[in-house]
Design a binder for this molecule. Structure first.
Ligand code: NAD
Length: 331
């Protein structure tokens, strides 16, 4: 039997990526929705054949506990709301997939993990690239030391933000700027290249050329992740430029993905030639993988602990940028 997923928050990502992907999944399907906008509920019900009894709003959301059609709740809300809805979903006895970044503080991540453990439900983060072949190859090249130990990583992930009136520029709802939204992919990329988290962070904020837009969150941030073996990852994320690349240099070879982190069109090469891997529906593979793990009561590839690890790194990057200090990290 397929597991039923309810999407919470029907914004851009749910509408354009997750709902279409759920038409291609084998282990799960779009069973329900949670939305504060009645007109969206009507549209989705018709388009995806969702029965009335599987449509919730933010007020009656907790009643979802009595609905056997819903096995998994997928939280696709602004970052600052992830903790509340993940905890409510866990308390309703449902498995949870939570979008990145997991939350806006390490304390919230811990509360989310605790709530899922207490209710005996799974918790997994929307880290789709753990099902993407080029990125999986990078994990192998780095972690298996195919070209010897990794010495250096260079990665950037950025886009030019359009409409300035969005939650992504609101400190409370976003938890920060491009670092929380896009830079998290660089953190992930560096860590999955190395196979372990960094032991220290240095960072600085970039120049602010649009102060009217970036009055709450950073416009650009540049940081270094220092690893135990001496390798350094040079990273950059901005809401005022475009980029998406992940390069690794090892003793006897190198590799580079560009674009590295998109939904499609991922491409790469190594010092030995072009990478030749298929394009996949990342979100469909991700949700199928997560549903299968939940079904078998196994930890997913991308558990809550991984989400919390990354939020701890993000917070250290902000601390380093704010203070100018090298911030150590212990694990
Ligand atoms: P969006 O702005 O398009 O959608 C946000 C949704 O939340 C909207 O439907 C909005 O109505 C709803 N919402 C409820 N309460 C709100 C409030 N108080 N303020 C603002 N909106 C509110 O955003 P999105 O791009 O869909 O992002 C949602 C989440 O998904 C974010 O955490 C983001 O980081 C994540 N995301 C992940 C990926 C990925 O590739 N994994 C891609 C895009 C977004």
């Amino acid at each position: 039997k397929k597991m039923g997923i309810a999407l919470v928050g029907l914004g851009g990502y749910s509408t354009n990526q997750l709902a279409p992907a759920l038409q291609e999944t084998e282990n799960c399907y779009l069973a329900g929705i949670v939305t504060g906008t009645p007109s969206k509920a009507e549209e989705w019900k018709a388009k995806y054949n969702i029965p009335d009894k599987n449509v919730y709003n933010y007020e009656n959301f907790d009643q979802i506990k009595d609905n056997p059609d819903i096995d998994i709740i997928y939280v696709v809300l602004p970052n600052g709301m992830h903790a509340e809805y993940t905890i409510r979903a866990a308390n309703a006895g449902k498995h949870v997939i939570c979008e990145k970044p997991m939350a806006t503080s390490v304390e919230d991540c811990q509360r989310m993990i605790d709530a899922c453990n207490k209710n005996n439900v799974g918790l997994s983060i929307g880290y789709r690239l753990h099902w993407e072949p080029h990125n999986l190859r990078v994990m192998e090249l780095g972690q298996q030391q195919v070209f010897g130990p990794v010495k250096k990583i260079e990665t950037a992930n950025s886009f030019v933000i359009g409409n300035p009136d969005v939650w992504r520029l609101d400190k409370q709802l976003a938890g920060g700027g491009p670092l929380m939204d896009m830079g998290i992919y660089c953190v992930q990329g560096a860590v999955y290249t190395m196979g372990e988290p960094p032991v220290a962070i240095t960072a600085k904020f970039g120049e602010v050329t649009r102060p009217e837009v970036f009055d709450e969150v950073e416009q650009t941030i540049i940081w270094q992740m220092h690893f135990a073996n001496g390798a350094v990852a040079e990273c950059r994320s901005s809401y005022n430029e475009s980029a998406g690349r992940l390069r690794g240099e090892a003793e006897k070879g190198w590799w580079e993905l560009q674009p590295a982190y998109g939904y499609s069109g991922i491409d790469g090469k190594t010092s030995e030639g072009d990478m030749d891997y298929p394009q996949v529906n990342q979100q469909a593979l991700q949700m199928d993988g997560q549903a299968q793990s939940f079904m078998q009561n196994e930890e997913t590839r991308v558990p809550g602990e991984m989400g919390m690890r990354d939020v701890k790194i993000l917070m250290a990057i902000y601390e380093a940028a704010r203070t100018g200090n090298k911030v150590p990290l212990s694990w």
